[in-house]
Design a protein around this ligand. Structure first.
Ligand SMILES: NC(=O)CC[C@H](N)C(=O)O
Length: 193
């Protein structure tokens, strides 16, 4: 199995380290040809406006969209979630629009740069998931095909639509690998016992 990690900007190394800790090979993606042969793509946290612009400058936008529409699983975290969204509240910035969700950026208020909470994520089991939020977005609304996997208070912070998963926080910054494993199962990796 080979997972691509979009490496234009942001927290891509941490995702690669997490994949390595699970024994999964990864490849930094900066050019369209680096998408060839990957079983799934992670879009990391960072700055979604910058990443969207770089996706266009590096001619990655359409190849990623096409591969995703043809079946490639995609996992977007934080800025990656914003890029997956169909609608971004109050913004026309470039996005892949693969998930039928509306997100609000920097939605926890400017004073709150970052915080950590324990989230209940039933699909990952009983043990709560430690989640690190950094200038995080949240999901304001979801279409009928979207499964809500976790909320923080009344805000949706983790959702899945078929082979696409988006979360508002940074799962690569903790040592809990369950969310990455859920994504890898989506990419075809057999569940470890
Ligand atoms: N940690 C992050 O990825 C922050 C996302 C950033 N606030 C954005 O709007 O793109």
């Amino acid at each position: 199995m080979l997972i691509g990690v979009l490496a234009l900007q942001g927290a891509f190394r941490e995702h690669q380290e997490m994949l390595a800790s699970l024994g999964v090979e990864s490849r930094q993606v900066r050019k369209p040809e680096q998408l060839e042969g990957i079983d799934g793509l992670i879009i990391p946290g960072g700055e979604s406006t910058t990443m969207g612009k770089l996706l266009q400058d590096y001619h990655l936008f359409e190849p990623i969209r096409q591969m995703a529409l043809q079946g490639m699983p995609v996992f977007g975290t934080c800025a990656g979630l914003i890029l997956l969204a169909r609608e971004i509240t109050g913004s026309s910035q470039p996005r892949l629009g693969l998930m039928d969700i509306t997100v609000a950026r920097n939605a926890f208020g400017r004073q709150v740069e970052s915080f950590e909470v324990d989230l209940s994520v039933p699909v990952l089991g009983e043990e709560p998931l430690r989640a690190v939020f950094i200038r995080a977005p949240y999901i304001v609304s979801t279409g009928p095909e979207v499964e809500v996997l976790a909320r923080y208070g009344d805000k949706i912070v983790l959702a899945r639509q078929g082979r696409f998963i988006g979360c508002a926080f940074h799962p690569e910054l903790t040592d809990d690998t369950r969310l990455h494993r859920l994504f890898l199962e989506q990419c075809g990796l057999k569940k470890a016992d």
